[in-house]
Write a protein that binds this ligand. Structure first.
Ligand code: ADP
Ligand code: ZN
Ligand code: ZN
Length: 739
């Protein structure tokens, strides 16, 4: 008889903590999936150790492993190490993180179903490879077919090393000099972390693809992980990868991992990657937790994007885990961005500089492929116009001109502080959510008021609920109103071909239905649309061809935000927005005027806009880093948030104060280096009838903060036991994205 310790989904709160012991008739290898009893339930678990030291309880008192999901190789040591690290670093239980990382469909998969699935997959696999070899025999270009056949590739692999000419013949562009230099630097060392800092249109994607190609050619098992911040960007990326690699590795070479898959699809993709059947993996943040047969390279595109941080449950940062994973497995990790996060920028050095141990190597691509011009900045001083001016006349005139010339325009609304709240003109009543300290927002399409925090929805009233006046109107302009206004102002034009200018809106609302976003994007690509109006969503990565003018309405909010990362986000957004203009050099050369980014601002002299005008990210970063250093903010310090939700604000704060007091009395490890701030209510203080408060913990030493947080866990349980009965939840957020 054997004893195994098993990781299963139980949070710290349950008291189970990390691992539970079970007995088994046969020894079971670590990393094997099992089904075990837990209370009255039967749950999925991962065997962590195959033998544990004998404790007081005899083996016979242990419950028995019910089923073993074998037939695939166990989850690797390095995968388990990643889980253990993530759990420790983000203050969660090991089992919670490990089970979260596995596809949810595994959770109710019996051993019989599991084995049925495996045998079906191996059957399908057999059929597919037969089909593939037939189709490659039909390939017209015989030389190419030969170069591409898998056995040939394997035979080639040992003699490959750096010989580029031995790569299979795939149709791809010749790299520019700056692309080549970046690629060579990464190939040369073949491990380490690289920060690929390339302006939009500098051809980062091509570097990723050719790098992946090298890795795959030099190792017949190598797998590549491409990470994108948002599910919306996945289809475009999948097409790129598919087009490039399908002629070589077969139609089925790309696995996708994101929340848009059905549970069964996700399980199948997960298995294909675990078994090494698919060598290219495209995914959002969850993909970093995947199990790979042989991971050889990780690419994190738009590495600065806050979406890499999981904001619910176990709050992990996928970019940071990718870096950890790469270091641990000695494989290269490439972080790409036109506007890197200040953390990554601060951590990186140019190859020529003195590089401190552990720092990232910075690779720069400052020019656009084909020399396409970067957008010129036009600042409109809005102090010259009445306060309620939505679009300056000069901007409208410029848009008019572009459209007449057959170009497209994009108008971006920085959503912050701009949701249309309903207001009464007579008594200034506002559409507050009854459950939150937030406003309900007007949704014109279905005439509803909706709270974006708790989802509470009501019909738009005809009369003011407070004074009965019918003078109700939305305050603040949303994208819907912007769209209407543009249609009104420019819709009177008639274009050369007799068309009337068309405005399309792309935001979270207009794309709620499946396929709506892809359809709107297709409209833009086809040229059926003259103006695209939207939120941040349209600034990200979509490869528009004919946009000559991008305008950002009301960007200033971020300059005064209480969130210290707001300027960094604004700069990234504006650089990205300007990158949407004039992407197609050939097209834009015919155009009468060069691409432009228009900003309507009350602060035309602001240093952030001056850096933007020079397209000077390093200058902006230096400025920001100086401010952060003076204020002791990240990356010069490390932060964590301890949040509590309770029935009353006082209850939440009392709990936090109690924990802080206990921590001080106990003198937790690391406490001399950790600053504990007093409790404060969250900006959105009340959500779904829970009052929320938090304390910020800050330290110049990441290690001290980590030690402190681990020691804090038992105190949280003690404080809970002493607190008043009723609702009380807490969470720890390590490296929070907003404080
Ligand atoms: P980024 O991701 O850096 O914004 P992209 O990878 O989208 O830039 O590249 C911009 C455009 O240039 C794309 O249309 C891409 O196909 C093209 N491109 C990239 N590299 C080359 C190259 N070496 N030769 C020709 N075209 C290229
Ligand atoms: Zn009123
Ligand atoms: Zn609400």
């Amino acid at each position: 008889m054997a004893v195994v310790s098993v990781a299963l989904d139980a949070p710290f709160h349950s008291g189970i903590g990390h691992l539970l012991s079970y007995r088994s008739a046969q020894p079971i290898a670590p990393g094997t999936l099992v089904r075990v009893p837990l209370g009255k339930r039967e749950v999925l678990g991962v065997v962590w150790h195959d033998e544990i030291p004998q404790e007081n309880n005899s083996e016979l008192a242990l419950r028995e492993v019910l089923e073993v999901l074998d037939g695939v190789v166990p989850l690797s040591t390095s995968w388990r190490a990643l889980m253990a690290f993530a759990a420790r670093y983000y203050q969660r239980s090991l089992g919670e993180v490990a089970i979260m990382a596995l596809p949810s469909a595994l959770q109710d998969q019996s051993a019989a179903q599991w084995h049925k699935r495996l045998s079906k997959l191996s059957l399908d696999g057999g059929k597919r490879s037969a089909r593939q070899s037939k189709s490659s025999a039909r390939t017209k270009n015989a030389a190419q077919a030969k170069a591409l056949s898998p056995p040939e590739t394997i035979a080639l692999a040992p003699m490959l090393s750096n010989a580029a000419q031995a790569l299979p013949v795939l149709s791809k562009p010749q790299l520019t000099q700056q692309q080549q230099q970046a690629l060579d630097a990464i190939v040369l060392e073949a491990h380490g972390v690289y920060l690929l800092h390339g302006v939009t249109g500098s051809g980062k994607t091509e570097v990723y693809l050719q790098l992946a190609e090298r890795m795959i050619a030099s190792d017949p098992q190598a797998q590549i992980l491409f990470m994108v911040p948002e599910i919306n960007l996945a289809p475009q990326w999948q097409a790129h990868i598919q087009t490039r690699f399908a002629p070589w590795l077969g139609e089925d070479c790309v696995a996708v991992m994101h929340s848009g898959l059905t549970p069964v699809q996700r399980l199948n993709e997960w298995l294909a990657v675990h078994q090494g059947r698919k060598r290219l993996v495209l995914g959002t943040r969850m993909a970093v937790l995947g199990s790979f047969a042989k991971l050889a390279l990780v690419v994190v595109d738009e590495e600065h994007d806050p979406s890499y941080k999981q904001q619910e449950g176990a709050r992990y940062n996928a970019r940071d885990l990718a870096v950890w994973r790469g270091k641990q497995q000695s494989i290269p990790v490439v972080l790409g961005s036109a506007t890197p996060s200040l953390e990554s920028w601060y951590n990186s050095r140019a190859a020529t500089a003195q590089t401190p141990a552990g720092s990232y190597q910075r690779l720069s691509m400052p020019a656009r492929v084909g020399g396409g011009a970067l957008a010129r900045l036009r600042l409109v001083d809005m102090t010259a116009y009445p306060r309620d001016t939505v679009l300056a006349p000069s901007l409208l005139a410029a848009m008019h001109e572009r459209i007449t010339a057959g170009e497209q325009c994009m108008v971006l609304l920085n959503r912050r502080g701009y949701a249309p709240v309903l207001q009464c003109g007579a008594c200034s009543w506002k559409s507050d959510c009854p459950h939150c300290s937030a406003h309900q927002v007007v949704h014109k399409a279905d005439r509803s008021l909706r709270c974006h925090h708790c989802g509470w929805s009501t019909r738009v009233p005809h009369h003011c609920p407070r004074c009965g006046s019918v003078d109700l109107a939305p305050v603040g302009r949303g994208t819907e109103q912007l769209q209407e206004m543009l249609q009104e102002q420019l819709g009177t034009m008639v274009l050369d071909d007799g068309r009337i200018p068309q405005v399309v809106r792309i935001d979270a609302d207009s794309t709620r239905h499946k396929g709506a976003l892809q359809e709107s994007l297709a409209q833009v690509h086809r040229g059926d649309v003259d103006i695209v109006v939207g939120t941040q969503m349209i600034a990200k990565g979509h490869d528009f061809r004919r946009i000559g003018l991008v305008a950002v309405v009301q960007p200033d909010g971020a300059l005064y935000s209480s969130d210290f990362r707001a300027p960094e986000r604004l700069f990234a957004l504006l650089m990205q927005a300007s990158g949407r203009a004039g992407r197609d050099a050939a097209y834009m050369q015919d155009s009468a005027s060069s691409p432009e980014l228009w900003l309507q601002t009350q602060e035309p002299q602001h240093a952030l806009y001056a850096a933007l005008a020079r397209q000077d990210y390093p200058g902006f970063a230096a400025l920001q880093l100086r401010e952060r250093e003076q204020a002791g903010m990240p990356p010069f310090s490390f932060q964590a948030i301890l949040r509590a939700d309770a029935k009353t604000q006082e209850g939440a704060q009392a709990f936090l104060r109690q924990v802080a007091h206990m921590a001080q009395t106990a003198g937790l490890p690391g406490h001399e280096w950790v600053t504990v701030y007093p409790p404060v209510p969250l900006t959105i203080q009340r959500v779904a009838n829970a009052e929320r408060a938090q304390i910020l913990l800050e330290s110049a030493s990441r290690k001290a903060l980590q030690a402190y947080l681990s020691a804090l866990q038992p105190l949280l349980h003690q404080a809970r036991a002493q607190a008043a009965k009723g609702l009380l939840r807490w969470l720890v957020d390590v490296d929070p994205m907003a404080i």
